[in-house]
Design a binder for this molecule. Structure first.
Ligand code: XMP
Length: 535
């Protein structure tokens, strides 16, 4: 029988694996956050599934293991177990929440469903001996708890260092064996001293020297890309967004002008976006760029189409065709063997893995044989951001000198303004929307709100008209909708309560400066039920 591929293969693509903390994922949403916090403490970390064997963990040679929180009760039949052998390996281990209880249980302590459910903000009280983990912290401070069971007796050899109103054992440590745990979630913002506790664990208890910095990420990734591509050539599609730009900049640093970037201008971009790629990106990196002017092709294909799904399909299809034709052109001249993609670590974890342990590549084959793409062209994927979280990608981009406009860009959909015109997409309508959108973005930036909102689509209701009066004249123009949203991950969103004076400035400027628009309306729908984009 074929072996089941590991769900979370070793992802690090560097030439030498940096000192690594493994975060065991017990199925809550916290594992990624823990891994990010560990990296903020400048120690590289990866997530592994709960059923990873002790032998596999030891083989990875981690500098520490963190057992994450999780929704299960240690009493449940199907609760993920911690193999007690893990504690015999000598690897430093930190247990958090569920991981803390599982650790207590595995080492002979006692966990009880004692009816002391604690959820949310709780006061932590340090006992007489604050221990190493909480040394120097206020003797009472808030932490974030969410648990039903609690540890009622610490295992032998451990010092109890904190309690709460409801639980006697809220933190323990055995610094001799480099083992420790806390009942609360130090990784969340609601535990204001949590990052300090994680940092103290890594440095003072586990004895790890911090080494994961933006400079080290760049050095190691560049070395890995060089090792993978060798003397070959690569191609990278730029979208105008942060991921593809940073991936391209890293690969360019590694192989210089053996990288060719391809940018498809589908005519559905916002004001200034093509210039950002053609001028700012190129000026910052010196990379070779091949722009494809495909506006007419996209507008022709979209002529007469009003159905949102059909628009998306047409834009997606045309994009692949244009990109493949451009790629084939470049590849035919220069025998390109590698395709760069901006895949991030969360995508790797969420899709259940990559291509296998130790592997640095996966092969894809282009299916659309358009524009003379030879049958046998196969690209090997280069994914320089595969080990990185988004905030790390942004820091790398800044360090590589990419402009703020690209690195800090808010999400923008691939189909672009095509799905923000309700009705048929035409060149005139795109001009109107582009002008209105530019004003909204300018004013939001000027008001310092870019960090507060997730994004603010501006939507043109092209098939709707309403009566207005501008100057002394009656107008019959179009409304635009402002859709400011706040979100963590775009899965859910709330409409952002923008200050009235900012809304007023946006509205006044749009109706004054964009002749065809005589009304600005605000979308006050959360997601669900409304999606962020209108189409
Ligand atoms: P919805 O409208 O589904 O959007 O609430 C959620 C997030 O995804 C973005 N979005 C897209 N991004 N290609 C993309 O790259 C797309 O086709 C696409 N459609 C929506 C949207 O801007 C929001 O951030």
């Amino acid at each position: 029988m074929p072996e089941r591929p590991p769900e979370y293969p070793p992802e690090y693509r560097g030439s030498v694996q940096p000192p690594t903390v493994l975060v065991v994922d017990y199925g809550a949403q916290y594992a990624q956050l823990i891994a990010r916090r560990v990296r903020e403490a400048q120690v590289y970390s990866e997530i592994i599934p709960a059923d990873t064997s002790v032998a596999d963990i030891v083989a990875r040679n981690p500098v520490a293991v963190i057992l994450s929180g999780g929704p299960a009760s240690v009493y449940a039949e199907d609760a993920p177990r911690v193999d007690p052998e893990l504690f015999e390996t000598g690897i430093p281990i930190l247990g958090l929440c569920y991981g803390f209880q599982a650790m207590a249980q595995a080492l002979g302590g006692e966990v009880a469903p004692d009816g002391t459910r604690e959820y949310g903000r709780t006061e932590l009280r340090l006992t007489g001996t604050a221990g190493v983990l909480h040394a120097g912290l206020p003797s009472r401070h808030p932490v974030w708890m969410s648990h039903g069971d609690s540890v009622v007796r610490a295992p032998a050899g451990f010092t109890v260092t904190a309690s709460s109103d409801r639980v006697a054992v809220a933190a323990f440590e055995d610094t001799e064996r480099r083992l420790a745990g806390v009942q609360y979630h130090p990784e969340v913002g609601h535990s204001p001293h949590g990052q300090e506790v994680l940092r103290r664990y890594l440095r003072e208890v586990a004895g790890i020297t911090p080494s994961w910095t933006t400079a080290s990420i760049i050095d190691e990734t560049v070395a890995a890309v060089r090792a993978q591509i060798g003397t070959g050539r690569a191609i990278c599609g730029l979208s105008g967004g942060v991921d593809s730009a940073v991936a391209a900049a890293l690969v360019h640093r590694a192989i210089g002008d053996r990288l060719t970037c391809v940018f498809v201008d589908h005519g559905l971009l916002r004001a200034g976006e093509r210039a950002q790629v053609e001028h700012d990106f190129v000026a910052a990196t010196g990379a070779t760029l091949h722009t494809v002017d495909a506006e007419k092709r996209f507008l022709d294909a979209l002529a007469g189409v009003t159905d949102p799904e059909q628009k998306r399909k047409i834009i997606g299809r045309e994009f692949i065709r244009v990109f493949e034709a451009a790629t084939a052109e470049v590849a035919a001249e220069e025998t390109v063997g590698f395709l760069v993609q901006g895949t991030l670590y969360p995508d790797v974890v969420e899709s259940g893995g990559g291509s296998g342990p130790g592997s640095t590549t996966a092969t894809i084959k282009s299916h659309h044989n358009v524009g003379g793409l030879p049958d046998d062209i196969e690209f090997e994927l280069v994914e320089p951001l595969r080990a990185l979280f988004k905030d790390e990608v942004r820091r790398v981009g800044i360090e590589l000198g990419l402009p703020e406009t690209i690195v800090a860009r808010q999400p923008f959909p691939g189909p672009g303004l095509g799905i923000r015109i309700i009705g048929e997409v035409t060149a005139d309508r795109l001009e109107i929307l582009r002008a209105a959108d530019a004003i909204a973005r300018e004013e939001l930036t000027a008001a310092g709100l870019d960090g507060t909102i997730w994004q603010c689509p501006v939507v043109l209701l092209a098939d709707v008209r309403s009566v207005g009066v501008q100057g002394d004249a009656r107008t019959y123009g179009h409304p635009v909708v402002l859709r400011p949203v706040s979100s963590e991950d775009a899965m859910t969103a709330d409409w952002t309560r923008l200050p009235y004076d900012v809304l007023e400035r946006i509205s006044t400027r749009i109706t004054n400066e964009v002749a065809e628009v005589n009304r600005v309306v605000l979308d006050v729908t959360s997601k669900p039920p409304g999606t962020i984009e209108w189409e």
